[in-house]
Design a binder for this molecule. Structure first.
Ligand code: BV8
Length: 264
């Protein structure tokens, strides 16, 4: 008999998580750039090896703030249009697809899945997830800096940078995302607090958990009695606080979770 490989270290916590999800009515998943990493989209604060991480190429303060846009609208618009085209070219990966299947699985049993995403790439929507709260907006829609009216640019690169707004002679188009120092959309905040307070299980997936208030929703759920878990190959400030930490990629764990939940 060939020696069998030892089970992966994340199997015991995965089984605990699957048992909690099977018994849950309301599940909430906070996602970050890590769940889209397997779709080829660079993360923001990648570890030393991940030189492709966005922030290593650019300083967040120089690009993702209203001041940066005011100071250098051409560079900020170029960076976001480059990312927008990358998001359009990317495909949902097995992590996104598993969450869409989990939403269907829970709703069939009379429960719910709420995804609180920090991502702006809309890959959850393209994977079929319907109950998605975009905490930081989305990169596919842009809005007029004067009127606030939004539009969806065509799937090719902008013709010029920065793009003048079609809605106002003095307006420019900016991405419909939440920059540092800007408040999150009120409706998204309310939906996130309500979901976290009702959660039976709260999963943090693919986020370094450094950006607030998004990273704080796990504590809201824990205080309301939720079983908390984190799926991330790297440790974060949440790792020592959760009930189960699974140090593996989302594209491995989430499909394995669905396999555990499938009827035997
Ligand atoms: C606000 C724009 C108030 C869109 C982004 C306390 C309370 C409130 C605010 C603050 C606070 N402390 C500080 C603040 C200010 C600030 C903040 O949090 N600063 C941090 C950096 C200290 N917060 C704000 O400014 C927020 N606004 O609070 O406003 C207010 C109220 C009223 C009036 C005025 C103001 C706004 C925050 C939103 C900022 N915008 N993005 C865009 O460009 O995309 S944040 C940016 O970081 C992205 O949205 C990104 O999603 C987010 C978080 O990053 P992550 O998603 O976690 O990505 P990261 O690369 O860091 O980590 C990836 C992880 O995945 C890693 O851990 C890696 O190990 C893991 N991974 C990799 N591969 C995989 C994987 N995991 C699983 N599977 C894999 N395969």
């Amino acid at each position: 008999m060939p020696p069998t490989d030892p089970p992966p270290p994340w199997l015991p916590p995965l089984r605990r998580l699957a048992a909690k999800v099977a018994a849950a009515r309301h599940v909430v998943v906070l996602t970050g750039a890590g769940i889209s990493a397997e779709s080829g989209l660079a993360t923001f604060r990648g570890n030393e090896r991940d030189m492709a991480s966005l922030w290593k190429s650019f300083d967040p303060a120089s690009l993702a703030t209203p001041e940066a846009f005011h100071r250098d609208p051409e560079t900020v618009t170029r960076w976001y249009d480059w990312r927008r085209l990358g998001c359009l070219a990317a495909q949902p990966n097995p992590g996104h697809t598993a969450l869409a299947a989990l939403e269907h699985h829970l709703e069939r049993a009379g429960g719910s899945l709420t995804i609180l995403t920090q991502n702006v790439d809309r890959l959850h929507h393209r994977a079929g997830s319907r109950n998605v709260v975009e905490l930081h907006g989305d990169i596919l829609n842009w809005r007029c800096t004067v009127t606030g009216r939004t539009l969806t640019p065509p799937d090719q690169a902008f013709e010029r940078f920065p793009m003048p707004s079609p809605f106002h002679p003095h307006g420019l188009l900016r991405p419909n995302v939440v920059w540092f120092g800007e408040p999150l959309p009120e409706e998204a905040l309310q939906a996130a607090f309500q979901a976290a307070n009702q959660a039976d299980v709260f999963m943090s997936v693919g986020t370094s958990a450094v950006v607030q208030p998004a990273a704080g929703f796990l504590q809201v759920a824990a205080a309301a009695g939720a079983f908390t878990t984190e799926i991330n190959p790297q440790a974060t400030p949440l790792t020592s606080t959760v009930d189960a930490a699974l140090a593996a990629p989302a594209g491995v764990i989430l499909p394995a979770l669905m396999a555990q939940l499938a009827p035997h």
